[in-house]
Ligand binder design. Structure first.
Ligand SMILES: Cc1ncc(COP(=O)(O)O)c(C=O)c1O
Length: 407
């Protein structure tokens, strides 16, 4: 039985910041005690390197490190734990897919399909790939409200498209993208599908086999894991045909004086250098914590909170709401006549944390007509009471109050 008040007790941030309304979980999520314990455990009981020490402590940490792949495999329902590559977030995972697979396989005349709703981390690496290969970027047209339909995707798809990369939940409008249908159509054309799961993996049950995506990138710190932790999932045969972003210690099987190099197998060939062991062990605890609560329950509760939030915001005359159809916990709006950053600064004085600006999705301006918005993003530890308080504050937000904060 989902009990949000009980869940909140797992998060010391609430106890240590009484009265704070944290609506910025799309940026990063609070960490529950089991995750903090996993990191503390590493620092206090077994702070040693993984994979390289010939002693019990190192064997123990290396074991936990590799077990994390199995935990993440279960979390995503991947076929094989070796399909889990540890990265330091969605950005490095997307860069790995772009440089490692894209730059290796794409060529002049090939097309990479994106949308204008993508985060910079799912646009800029692909532009780099176009510079390196002569491939070009095209955009799947979005509906006027910023949603992506299967119909529009089908129209945008053609023989030259060799790669499609889309967020399964967009980070400004929070719309759920029909990734499964997209993957099915893209595969009919032989294109590879990369999913940016930064905003979906924390909130919805993801089954990579069911989605049939080829790569899935996400930031574990947005799903309660420590900062600097993330994953690139890839189908094993594709990962085997992907170059590493970095080479160095830990990723090579052997090399010689002439530079002849034999890389390790997947996934270790991608993980050169001393890994972020504490981040990885914390990610294991985070995935276990979320699975214990149940991703279906988290998804259900987030939908309920989101619907409640939208209904309340729609009742306000002073608000422009940009994504009334969103379901994944992101509510994006402006208070009429007030610059987004000024609203956010005023909310800060009311102990409310939100993000304002373009949220790294600078192309979306072309779709929603403004580059500056306030984004309130929820997670399963938020409550309807917090939403009520938030809405009351927004109701009373005026230009005079915001200017008062600036002066
Ligand atoms: C949709 C999306 N993709 C990628 C990223 C990049 O994530 P990170 O900064 O953790 O690498 C974010 C971060 O907000 C995001 O929302």
């Amino acid at each position: 039985m989902f009990d949000v008040m009980k869940i909140r007790q797992d998060f010391p941030m609430f106890k240590n910041n009484p009265g704070l309304i944290y609506f910025d979980s799309a940026a990063t999520a609070f960490k529950p005690q089991p995750v903090i314990d996993a990191v503390t455990d590493f620092y206090t009981r077994h702070t040693v390197n993984t994979h390289v020490g010939d002693y019990d402590l190192s064997h123990y940490v290396s074991g936990l490190f590799e077990e994390t792949r199995e935990t993440l495999r279960r979390f995503l329902n991947a076929r094989d734990a070796h399909e889990i590559v540890f990265t330091n977030g969605a950005t490095s995972a997307l860069n790995l897919a772009a440089y490692g697979w894209g730059a290796k396989h794409l060529k002049e005349g090939d097309v990479i399909l994106l949308t204008e709703a993508e985060h910079a981390s799912n646009v800029l690496p692909w532009f780099k790939v176009t510079e390196m290969t002569g491939a070009k970027v095209e955009y799947i047209p979005l509906e006027n409200d910023g949603t992506l339909t299967v119909e529009n995707f089908r129209k945008a798809m053609h023989e030259k498209v060799k790669l499609v990369s889309v967020a399964s939940v967009t980070n400004v409008l929070g719309y759920v993208v029909p990734v499964k249908e997209i993957a099915k159509i893209a595969h009919e054309y032989g294109a590879v599908v990369v999913v940016d799961g930064a905003q979906s993996v924390p909130h919805v049950k993801i089954d990579v086999q069911d989605l049939d995506c080829d790569f899935l990138a996400f930031s574990a710190h947005k799903m309660c894991a420590p900062g600097g932790s993330g994953v690139l999932y890839g189908k094993k045969e594709l990962l085997e045909d992907t170059d590493p972003l970095m080479v160095g210690g830990g990723s090579n099987a052997r090399f010689d004086l002439c530079g002849n190099l034999k890389l390790k197998d997947v996934p270790w060939k991608f993980e050169a250098g001393t890994p972020n062991s504490e981040g990885v062990l914390g990610m294991k605890a985070a995935a276990e914590y979320l699975m214990d609560i149940g991703m279906e329950e988290i998804e259900e509760y987030t939908k309920e909170l989101n619907a409640y939030f939208v209904e309340k915001m729609q009742q306000l005359d002073n608000v422009i709401l940009y994504n009334p159809k969103a379901t994944a916990g992101i509510v994006t709006f402006n208070v009429k006549g007030i610059f987004a950053q000024d609203t956010a600064s005023y909310l800060n004085t009311q102990h409310i944390a939100v993000r304002s600006g373009n949220h790294c999705a600078k192309l979306l301006l072309n779709v929603i007509g403004t580059s500056e918005t306030v984004r309130a993003s929820l997670y399963f530890y938020n409550t309807k009471e917090e939403i009520d308080q938030f809405v009351e504050v927004i109701k009373g937000t005026t230009i005079e109050k915001c200017i008062g904060v600036i002066l």
